[in-house]
Design a binder for this molecule. Structure first.
Ligand SMILES: C[S@@+](CC[C@H](N)C(=O)[O-])C[C@H]1O[C@@H](n2cnc3c(N)ncnc32)[C@H](O)[C@@H]1O
Length: 222
């Protein structure tokens, strides 16, 4: 609850300021609505959460299993991969790779705060940039395209994945991790992906708290 209030403190201050303006100008209400829309956007929420270190816990041992599986699958499918990490957050996945594990890595996230933090991990082969996965335009092709706990935030996961078909190198693989919500797999999203892609493997990770993740890898259909 305290974290929640902290997240919204700047937001409330702005509302008070805008309310004063609103009383002084008849046109301000348009800006006020715009401001509200912007502030309650997911991107704003994530920026606030990264600023408040809410996602630091992803570095804990409790989350290590799924990162390790994703690294293992990436190396299994391609020994010197061009990797696209979508919704990369602060780049924790990159930290788990040795530089010699990949040919190139690009991490994309819409949170400027996350990307600023992640950029400290950039090297000659790895870089980070901001971008919205709901309307993503990527130029190159990648051997491994990863959605590590980000796909379920998108407005239409199936459309987002289909738009990336052109960016998957021949023989390339999508690796997708989704936490099981209340212990149950995200069946509707998996079913949509099963319709358009060829499942390669499905791995389950459970930690000692009972949190579980499903990690699936998919290739293009023949
Ligand atoms: C649960 S965090 C996972 C971060 C990272 N993949 C990891 O596991 O360390 C979800 C991430 O998805 C990003 N995200 C959510 N919706 C997004 C969108 N539409 N475009 C880009 N990034 C998005 C968030 O900013 C956040 O960094």
């Amino acid at each position: 609850m305290i974290g929640y209030i902290h997240d919204f403190r700047p937001f409330l201050n702005e509302i008070v300021k805008l309310d004063i303006n609103f009383r002084q100008s008849k046109t301000t209400h348009v800006n006020f609505i715009r401001f509200l829309k912007r502030k309650i956007s997911q991107k704003h929420k994530f920026n606030q959460q990264f600023e408040n270190k809410k996602w630091e816990g992803l570095r804990d041992i409790a989350d290590l299993g799924r990162y390790s599986i994703i690294v293992g699958l990436t190396k299994y499918f391609c020994s010197n991969a061009h990797i696209l990490d979508l919704g990369c957050g602060e780049g924790i996945l990159l930290e788990k790779f040795a530089v010699s594990d990949y040919a190139a890595y690009l991490g994309i996230d819409f949170s400027e705060v996350a990307i600023k933090n992640a950029s400290k991990l950039a090297n000659d082969k790895a870089r980070f940039t901001t971008g919205d996965l709901n309307k993503l335009e990527v130029a190159d092709q990648y051997d491994v395209i990863i959605y590590n706990e980000s796909l379920y935030y998108l407005s239409n996961p199936k459309v987002a994945i289909k738009a990336l078909f052109k960016n998957l190198a021949p023989g390339g693989v999508f690796i997708i991790s989704m936490v099981d919500k209340h212990g149950r797999e995200r069946e509707s999203i998996w079913a949509e992906l099963d319709e358009i892609l060829a499942l390669q493997e499905k791995t389950k990770v459970t930690n000692q708290n009972g949190d579980s993740w499903t990690i699936r890898s998919y290739k293009m259909r023949d």
